[in-house]
Design a protein around this ligand. Structure first.
Ligand code: PRP
Length: 186
C-alpha cells in the first residue's frame, strides 16, 4: 500500500486541534452526565479512534458497546436511505442513558436509521456525539447533541475515516487529492 502522502492534498484538522476539541467534548459530556449512568455506543468502524480518545476525556464512569451496519455501496445507501445491521449491540440499552459516537454525519441516513432502531429499545435517553458534521450534505435531518467540527463538503480521511479501508490510523483529518486517488468501484 502506498503512503498516505500520495493521496493527501491538505490537512484539514491537525492532531492537536482534534485532541483539544475531544477534550472539550469530554468535559461537556462529563458535566452533562455527572452522577448518572452513561453508556457509549460506537458505530463501527470509523468511530473507533474517536471513541477511544473521547473515553479518556470523560471523567464519569461509563460503559461502551459497538454496533456495525451494512457496507452497501455509498450510492446505494444514500439512494435507499436504509442501512442494515450487521453486528448488534451486546448489551440491552433499556433504561440507559445512551450516547451514540460517530466519526462523521454526512447524508444523515445512517444515523437516522440507527436512532430509529435504538429508540425502539427504550433507552432512558439517546443522544448523539459526532466528531465531524458535513452539514451541507444532509438529506435526513438528525439531532446532533455534541459536534466536534462542521466541515465543508470535501472528501476526508484519517482519524478513523478510511480510503479503501486504509489510513484510519492517521492522527489527523486530511483531504483526499482527487486528482491522484481513484475509488476502486469507479
Ligand atoms: C461512515 C460514517 C457514518 C456514515 C455517515 O461510515 O462512519 O456511519 O458513513 O454517512 P451518512 O450520514 O451519509 O449515512 P462508512 O459507511 O464509511 O463505514 P465505516 O465507518 O466502516 O468506514
Amino acid at each position: 500500500m502506498q503512503s498516505y502522502h500520495e493521496f493527501l492534498s491538505e490537512v484539514l484538522i491537525p492532531e492537536q486541534e482534534l485532541q483539544e476539541k475531544i477534550q472539550q467534548l469530554g468535559e461537556e459530556i462529563s458535566h452533562d452526565y455527572n452522577g448518572q449512568d452513561l453508556h457509549l455506543v460506537c458505530i463501527l468502524r470509523g468511530g473507533v479512534m474517536f471513541l477511544t480518545d473521547l473515553m479518556r476525556e470523560i471523567t464519569v464512569p461509563h460503559s461502551i458497546d459497538f454496533m456495525a451496519i451494512s457496507s452497501y455501496g455509498v450510492g446505494d445507501r444514500q439512494a435507499s436511505g436504509h442501512v442494515r445491521l450487521t453486528m448488534d449491540l451486546r448489551d440491552d440499552i433499556q433504561g440507559r442513558n445512551v450516547v451514540l459516537v460517530e466519526d462523521i454525519v454526512d447524508s444523515g441516513n445512517t444515523l437516522a436509521s440507527v436512532l430509529g432502531l435504538l429508540a425502539t429499545r427504550k433507552p432512558a435517553s439517546l443522544k448523539v456525539c459526532t466528531l465531524l458534521d458535513k452539514a451541507e450534505r444532509r438529506e435526513t435531518e438528525v439531532p446532533l447533541d455534541y459536534v466536534g467540527f462542521v466541515i465543508p463538503n470535501k472528501y476526508v480521511f484519517g482519524y478513523g475515516l478510511d480510503l479503501d479501508e486504509y489510513y484510519r490510523e492517521l492522527p489527523f483529518i486530511g483531504v483526499v487529492n482527487e486528482d491522484r486517488y481513484t475509488p476502486p468501484d469507479s
